[in-house]
Design a protein around this ligand. Structure first.
Ligand code: GLY
Length: 358
Protein backbone atom coordinates (compact mmCIF):
# COMPACT_ATOMS: atom_id res chain seq x y z
CA UNK A 1 0.00 0.00 0.00
CA UNK A 2 2.88 2.29 0.97
CA UNK A 3 4.56 1.41 -2.33
CA UNK A 4 1.37 2.27 -4.24
CA UNK A 5 0.98 5.58 -2.42
CA UNK A 6 4.60 6.45 -3.20
CA UNK A 7 4.13 5.68 -6.85
CA UNK A 8 1.03 7.89 -6.99
CA UNK A 9 2.82 10.71 -5.17
CA UNK A 10 5.75 10.53 -7.58
CA UNK A 11 3.40 10.61 -10.54
CA UNK A 12 1.64 13.68 -9.14
CA UNK A 13 4.96 15.48 -8.64
CA UNK A 14 6.25 14.55 -12.09
CA UNK A 15 3.06 15.31 -13.98
CA UNK A 16 1.82 18.33 -12.09
CA UNK A 17 3.99 20.99 -13.76
CA UNK A 18 3.17 19.55 -17.19
CA UNK A 19 -0.55 19.58 -16.49
CA UNK A 20 -0.37 23.07 -15.10
CA UNK A 21 1.55 24.27 -18.12
CA UNK A 22 -0.98 22.64 -20.41
CA UNK A 23 -3.83 24.26 -18.53
CA UNK A 24 -2.11 27.63 -18.78
CA UNK A 25 -1.53 27.32 -22.51
CA UNK A 26 -5.05 26.02 -23.10
CA UNK A 27 -6.65 29.14 -21.74
CA UNK A 28 -5.56 31.56 -24.45
CA UNK A 29 -5.80 28.82 -27.07
CA UNK A 30 -9.60 28.74 -26.87
CA UNK A 31 -11.10 28.20 -30.31
CA UNK A 32 -10.06 31.23 -32.31
CA UNK A 33 -12.98 33.02 -33.96
CA UNK A 34 -12.43 33.16 -37.67
CA UNK A 35 -14.56 34.22 -40.63
CA UNK A 36 -14.22 34.52 -44.37
CA UNK A 37 -16.15 36.12 -47.20
CA UNK A 38 -15.90 35.88 -50.97
CA UNK A 39 -18.04 37.63 -53.59
CA UNK A 40 -18.49 37.93 -57.33
CA UNK A 41 -20.14 40.50 -59.54
CA UNK A 42 -20.28 38.46 -62.73
CA UNK A 43 -17.89 36.75 -65.12
CA UNK A 44 -17.48 37.09 -68.85
CA UNK A 45 -15.41 38.57 -71.62
CA UNK A 46 -14.15 41.25 -69.25
CA UNK A 47 -10.76 42.56 -70.36
CA UNK A 48 -8.77 45.78 -69.97
CA UNK A 49 -9.47 46.89 -73.54
CA UNK A 50 -13.22 46.74 -72.90
CA UNK A 51 -13.33 48.76 -69.67
CA UNK A 52 -12.34 52.39 -69.16
CA UNK A 53 -10.08 53.28 -66.24
CA UNK A 54 -12.98 55.15 -64.64
CA UNK A 55 -15.27 52.14 -64.90
CA UNK A 56 -12.53 49.88 -63.59
CA UNK A 57 -12.14 52.12 -60.52
CA UNK A 58 -15.91 52.40 -60.04
CA UNK A 59 -16.33 48.61 -60.10
CA UNK A 60 -13.45 48.04 -57.69
CA UNK A 61 -14.86 50.64 -55.29
CA UNK A 62 -18.26 48.97 -55.33
CA UNK A 63 -16.81 45.48 -54.86
CA UNK A 64 -14.85 46.85 -51.89
CA UNK A 65 -17.97 48.47 -50.44
CA UNK A 66 -19.85 45.17 -50.74
CA UNK A 67 -16.95 43.30 -49.16
CA UNK A 68 -16.84 45.82 -46.31
CA UNK A 69 -20.58 45.52 -45.70
CA UNK A 70 -20.35 41.73 -45.32
CA UNK A 71 -17.08 41.85 -43.37
CA UNK A 72 -18.59 44.28 -40.84
CA UNK A 73 -21.35 41.77 -40.10
CA UNK A 74 -18.88 38.90 -39.66
CA UNK A 75 -16.43 40.96 -37.57
CA UNK A 76 -19.19 41.82 -35.13
CA UNK A 77 -20.10 38.14 -34.74
CA UNK A 78 -23.04 38.18 -37.16
CA UNK A 79 -24.17 35.16 -39.13
CA UNK A 80 -22.95 34.09 -42.55
CA UNK A 81 -26.50 34.56 -43.83
CA UNK A 82 -26.64 38.17 -42.60
CA UNK A 83 -23.21 38.79 -44.13
CA UNK A 84 -24.00 37.54 -47.62
CA UNK A 85 -27.32 39.41 -47.67
CA UNK A 86 -25.53 42.65 -46.69
CA UNK A 87 -22.91 42.01 -49.39
CA UNK A 88 -25.36 41.16 -52.15
CA UNK A 89 -27.67 44.10 -51.39
CA UNK A 90 -24.83 46.55 -52.09
CA UNK A 91 -24.36 44.97 -55.53
CA UNK A 92 -28.11 44.75 -56.21
CA UNK A 93 -28.44 48.46 -55.52
CA UNK A 94 -25.65 49.38 -57.94
CA UNK A 95 -26.48 49.73 -61.66
CA UNK A 96 -23.10 48.34 -62.75
CA UNK A 97 -24.16 44.79 -61.93
CA UNK A 98 -26.78 42.57 -63.52
CA UNK A 99 -28.88 42.17 -60.38
CA UNK A 100 -31.53 44.40 -58.84
CA UNK A 101 -31.06 47.94 -60.23
CA UNK A 102 -29.25 47.57 -63.55
CA UNK A 103 -30.60 44.12 -64.34
CA UNK A 104 -30.67 43.18 -68.01
CA UNK A 105 -33.89 43.37 -70.01
CA UNK A 106 -36.12 40.56 -71.17
CA UNK A 107 -37.11 40.42 -74.85
CA UNK A 108 -40.32 42.26 -73.91
CA UNK A 109 -38.36 45.13 -72.34
CA UNK A 110 -39.08 44.31 -68.71
CA UNK A 111 -36.78 43.24 -65.89
CA UNK A 112 -37.25 39.80 -64.37
CA UNK A 113 -35.13 38.90 -61.36
CA UNK A 114 -33.90 35.58 -59.99
CA UNK A 115 -32.29 34.94 -56.59
CA UNK A 116 -31.44 32.21 -54.12
CA UNK A 117 -29.86 31.62 -50.74
CA UNK A 118 -28.77 28.58 -48.76
CA UNK A 119 -27.76 27.98 -45.15
CA UNK A 120 -25.05 25.34 -44.89
CA UNK A 121 -25.80 24.52 -41.24
CA UNK A 122 -29.36 23.35 -41.87
CA UNK A 123 -29.27 23.00 -45.67
CA UNK A 124 -32.40 25.12 -45.64
CA UNK A 125 -32.75 27.13 -48.83
CA UNK A 126 -34.95 29.72 -50.51
CA UNK A 127 -35.24 31.08 -54.02
CA UNK A 128 -37.39 33.31 -56.19
CA UNK A 129 -37.55 33.27 -59.99
CA UNK A 130 -38.99 35.76 -62.45
CA UNK A 131 -39.92 38.42 -59.92
CA UNK A 132 -40.60 41.97 -61.04
CA UNK A 133 -41.33 44.29 -58.12
CA UNK A 134 -39.17 43.21 -55.18
CA UNK A 135 -36.42 45.83 -54.83
CA UNK A 136 -33.85 43.45 -53.34
CA UNK A 137 -34.46 39.93 -54.62
CA UNK A 138 -31.96 38.40 -52.17
CA UNK A 139 -34.27 39.49 -49.32
CA UNK A 140 -37.10 37.63 -50.99
CA UNK A 141 -34.99 34.47 -51.33
CA UNK A 142 -34.19 34.74 -47.63
CA UNK A 143 -37.86 35.24 -46.73
CA UNK A 144 -38.76 32.12 -48.74
CA UNK A 145 -36.07 30.19 -46.84
CA UNK A 146 -37.00 31.44 -43.39
CA UNK A 147 -40.72 32.16 -43.55
CA UNK A 148 -42.24 29.65 -45.93
CA UNK A 149 -42.41 25.89 -46.26
CA UNK A 150 -41.21 26.10 -49.85
CA UNK A 151 -37.82 26.44 -51.51
CA UNK A 152 -38.63 28.08 -54.85
CA UNK A 153 -41.37 30.58 -55.67
CA UNK A 154 -41.88 32.16 -59.08
CA UNK A 155 -43.45 35.08 -60.92
CA UNK A 156 -46.41 36.99 -59.54
CA UNK A 157 -46.84 34.49 -56.71
CA UNK A 158 -43.32 35.24 -55.52
CA UNK A 159 -43.95 38.98 -55.65
CA UNK A 160 -47.23 38.48 -53.77
CA UNK A 161 -45.37 36.55 -51.05
CA UNK A 162 -42.82 39.37 -51.02
CA UNK A 163 -45.55 41.97 -50.43
CA UNK A 164 -47.06 39.83 -47.68
CA UNK A 165 -43.63 39.66 -46.06
CA UNK A 166 -43.48 43.46 -46.06
CA UNK A 167 -40.45 43.64 -48.35
CA UNK A 168 -39.85 46.90 -50.21
CA UNK A 169 -41.64 47.00 -53.58
CA UNK A 170 -40.79 49.14 -56.60
CA UNK A 171 -42.23 49.72 -60.03
CA UNK A 172 -40.52 47.45 -62.56
CA UNK A 173 -39.06 50.55 -64.25
CA UNK A 174 -36.86 51.06 -61.14
CA UNK A 175 -34.53 48.30 -62.40
CA UNK A 176 -34.09 49.80 -65.89
CA UNK A 177 -30.94 51.60 -67.02
CA UNK A 178 -30.15 53.16 -70.42
CA UNK A 179 -27.10 50.95 -71.01
CA UNK A 180 -29.10 47.75 -70.45
CA UNK A 181 -31.80 49.04 -72.82
CA UNK A 182 -29.15 49.65 -75.48
CA UNK A 183 -27.82 46.13 -74.88
CA UNK A 184 -31.34 44.79 -75.53
CA UNK A 185 -31.61 46.77 -78.77
CA UNK A 186 -28.23 45.43 -79.93
CA UNK A 187 -29.24 41.91 -78.95
CA UNK A 188 -32.51 42.17 -80.90
CA UNK A 189 -30.74 43.40 -84.03
CA UNK A 190 -28.27 40.53 -83.84
CA UNK A 191 -30.94 37.98 -82.97
CA UNK A 192 -33.16 39.11 -85.84
CA UNK A 193 -30.20 38.80 -88.21
CA UNK A 194 -29.47 35.27 -86.94
CA UNK A 195 -33.14 34.33 -87.32
CA UNK A 196 -33.22 35.76 -90.86
CA UNK A 197 -30.35 33.41 -91.68
CA UNK A 198 -32.28 30.50 -90.25
CA UNK A 199 -30.24 30.41 -87.02
CA UNK A 200 -31.12 29.38 -83.51
CA UNK A 201 -33.69 31.38 -81.62
CA UNK A 202 -31.17 32.11 -78.90
CA UNK A 203 -28.09 34.01 -79.99
CA UNK A 204 -25.20 31.66 -79.35
CA UNK A 205 -22.92 34.36 -78.00
CA UNK A 206 -25.29 34.70 -75.03
CA UNK A 207 -25.04 31.05 -74.16
CA UNK A 208 -21.56 30.29 -75.36
CA UNK A 209 -18.17 31.86 -75.02
CA UNK A 210 -18.71 35.57 -75.75
CA UNK A 211 -20.72 36.21 -72.66
CA UNK A 212 -20.34 39.35 -70.63
CA UNK A 213 -21.36 40.66 -67.22
CA UNK A 214 -23.74 38.98 -64.92
CA UNK A 215 -24.99 37.87 -61.76
CA UNK A 216 -23.76 38.74 -58.28
CA UNK A 217 -23.16 36.38 -55.39
CA UNK A 218 -21.47 35.86 -52.06
CA UNK A 219 -20.36 33.01 -49.82
CA UNK A 220 -19.40 33.46 -46.17
CA UNK A 221 -18.22 31.37 -43.25
CA UNK A 222 -19.04 32.93 -39.88
CA UNK A 223 -17.44 32.70 -36.44
CA UNK A 224 -19.48 29.61 -35.66
CA UNK A 225 -18.18 27.86 -38.77
CA UNK A 226 -21.54 28.11 -40.54
CA UNK A 227 -21.55 28.66 -44.28
CA UNK A 228 -24.11 30.58 -46.35
CA UNK A 229 -24.22 31.20 -50.08
CA UNK A 230 -26.45 33.46 -52.15
CA UNK A 231 -26.87 34.59 -55.75
CA UNK A 232 -28.92 37.29 -57.49
CA UNK A 233 -29.33 38.12 -61.18
CA UNK A 234 -31.36 39.65 -63.96
CA UNK A 235 -30.48 36.63 -66.12
CA UNK A 236 -29.72 37.02 -69.81
CA UNK A 237 -30.41 40.00 -72.07
CA UNK A 238 -33.38 39.29 -74.32
CA UNK A 239 -34.51 36.19 -72.43
CA UNK A 240 -37.92 34.93 -73.52
CA UNK A 241 -40.72 32.58 -72.59
CA UNK A 242 -40.16 32.89 -68.85
CA UNK A 243 -36.60 31.61 -69.15
CA UNK A 244 -35.01 30.89 -65.77
CA UNK A 245 -31.27 30.46 -65.35
CA UNK A 246 -29.15 28.72 -62.75
CA UNK A 247 -29.17 31.49 -60.14
CA UNK A 248 -32.42 30.53 -58.38
CA UNK A 249 -31.78 26.81 -58.81
CA UNK A 250 -30.38 25.35 -55.62
CA UNK A 251 -27.52 23.06 -56.60
CA UNK A 252 -26.85 24.83 -59.89
CA UNK A 253 -26.15 28.49 -59.07
CA UNK A 254 -26.04 28.27 -55.29
CA UNK A 255 -25.23 25.62 -52.71
CA UNK A 256 -24.03 25.52 -49.10
CA UNK A 257 -23.21 22.59 -46.85
CA UNK A 258 -21.20 22.96 -43.63
CA UNK A 259 -19.56 19.60 -44.36
CA UNK A 260 -17.83 20.83 -47.49
CA UNK A 261 -18.31 24.34 -48.87
CA UNK A 262 -20.53 27.11 -50.15
CA UNK A 263 -20.63 28.02 -53.83
CA UNK A 264 -22.19 30.81 -55.87
CA UNK A 265 -22.00 30.77 -59.66
CA UNK A 266 -22.09 33.21 -62.56
CA UNK A 267 -22.22 32.38 -66.24
CA UNK A 268 -24.33 30.79 -68.93
CA UNK A 269 -27.02 29.39 -66.66
CA UNK A 270 -28.22 26.61 -68.94
CA UNK A 271 -24.87 24.84 -68.61
CA UNK A 272 -24.62 25.38 -64.87
CA UNK A 273 -28.04 23.76 -64.50
CA UNK A 274 -27.08 20.79 -66.66
CA UNK A 275 -23.94 20.13 -64.61
CA UNK A 276 -25.47 21.07 -61.26
CA UNK A 277 -22.25 23.00 -60.76
CA UNK A 278 -22.62 24.28 -57.19
CA UNK A 279 -23.81 20.96 -55.75
CA UNK A 280 -21.30 18.99 -57.81
CA UNK A 281 -18.39 20.96 -56.36
CA UNK A 282 -19.65 20.63 -52.78
CA UNK A 283 -20.32 16.90 -53.13
CA UNK A 284 -16.98 16.08 -54.72
CA UNK A 285 -15.28 18.13 -52.02
CA UNK A 286 -17.14 16.42 -49.17
CA UNK A 287 -16.25 12.98 -50.48
CA UNK A 288 -12.62 13.96 -51.07
CA UNK A 289 -12.37 15.53 -47.59
CA UNK A 290 -13.84 12.46 -45.92
CA UNK A 291 -11.95 9.81 -47.87
CA UNK A 292 -8.68 11.09 -49.30
CA UNK A 293 -5.66 10.87 -46.99
CA UNK A 294 -3.76 13.25 -49.32
CA UNK A 295 -6.50 15.92 -49.09
CA UNK A 296 -5.08 19.45 -49.19
CA UNK A 297 -6.14 22.97 -50.17
CA UNK A 298 -5.00 22.14 -53.70
CA UNK A 299 -7.68 19.45 -53.80
CA UNK A 300 -10.39 22.07 -53.31
CA UNK A 301 -9.12 24.23 -56.16
CA UNK A 302 -8.65 21.19 -58.41
CA UNK A 303 -12.24 20.09 -57.82
CA UNK A 304 -13.62 23.57 -58.54
CA UNK A 305 -11.48 23.84 -61.69
CA UNK A 306 -12.49 20.41 -62.99
CA UNK A 307 -16.22 21.05 -62.55
CA UNK A 308 -15.86 24.39 -64.38
CA UNK A 309 -13.89 22.61 -67.12
CA UNK A 310 -16.60 19.97 -67.47
CA UNK A 311 -19.23 22.70 -67.77
CA UNK A 312 -17.01 24.34 -70.41
CA UNK A 313 -16.69 21.05 -72.30
CA UNK A 314 -20.46 21.12 -72.80
CA UNK A 315 -20.11 24.55 -74.41
CA UNK A 316 -20.81 26.83 -71.45
CA UNK A 317 -18.74 29.49 -69.78
CA UNK A 318 -18.56 31.27 -66.44
CA UNK A 319 -17.20 30.92 -62.95
CA UNK A 320 -17.79 30.25 -59.30
CA UNK A 321 -16.65 31.45 -55.90
CA UNK A 322 -16.26 29.07 -52.96
CA UNK A 323 -15.57 29.10 -49.23
CA UNK A 324 -14.87 26.08 -47.02
CA UNK A 325 -15.30 25.52 -43.28
CA UNK A 326 -11.51 25.17 -42.94
CA UNK A 327 -11.08 28.79 -44.03
CA UNK A 328 -10.22 28.36 -47.69
CA UNK A 329 -11.78 30.87 -50.10
CA UNK A 330 -11.29 30.97 -53.84
CA UNK A 331 -12.56 31.28 -57.39
CA UNK A 332 -12.59 29.30 -60.57
CA UNK A 333 -13.59 30.74 -63.95
CA UNK A 334 -12.92 30.07 -67.61
CA UNK A 335 -13.68 33.60 -68.84
CA UNK A 336 -11.14 36.39 -69.39
CA UNK A 337 -12.35 38.08 -66.23
CA UNK A 338 -14.63 37.92 -63.25
CA UNK A 339 -15.55 40.72 -60.87
CA UNK A 340 -14.53 39.28 -57.52
CA UNK A 341 -13.31 39.96 -54.01
CA UNK A 342 -12.42 38.23 -50.78
CA UNK A 343 -11.77 39.12 -47.15
CA UNK A 344 -11.13 37.17 -43.96
CA UNK A 345 -10.42 37.50 -40.25
CA UNK A 346 -6.74 36.92 -41.09
CA UNK A 347 -6.73 40.47 -42.45
CA UNK A 348 -6.64 39.56 -46.14
CA UNK A 349 -8.73 41.75 -48.39
CA UNK A 350 -8.61 41.97 -52.17
CA UNK A 351 -10.73 42.76 -55.19
CA UNK A 352 -9.94 41.87 -58.78
CA UNK A 353 -11.44 42.03 -62.24
CA UNK A 354 -9.16 40.43 -64.84
CA UNK A 355 -8.01 36.84 -65.13
CA UNK A 356 -4.34 37.70 -64.71
CA UNK A 357 -4.84 39.31 -61.28
CA UNK A 358 -4.22 37.35 -58.07
N1 GLY B 1 -26.13 32.87 -64.55
C1 GLY B 1 -27.22 33.69 -64.73
C2 GLY B 1 -28.19 33.18 -65.69
O1 GLY B 1 -27.84 32.39 -66.57
O2 GLY B 1 -29.32 33.58 -65.62
Amino acid sequence: MTQLFKAIAIMIIVLAPTSWAAAQSDAPAQAEKTWSLVLHGGAGTISRDRITQEKDAEIRAKLTEALDAGSAVLKSGGSATDAIVATIMVLEDDPNFNAGKGAVFTWEGTNSLDSSIMDGATRNAGAAAGTSTTKNPILLARAVMENSRHVLLSGEGADQFSREQGLEQVDNSYFATPSRREALERFKLRQNAISALGGDQLAQDQLGRDWRFGTVGAVAVDNEGNIAAGTSTGGLTGKQWGRIGDSPIIGAGTYADNRSCGVSATGAGEYFIRVGVAHEICTRLRIAYETRPDFSETTTQDIADSVIAEMGDLGGSGGIIYATPWGQIGYSFDTPGMYRGMASSKGDKSVAIYGDEE
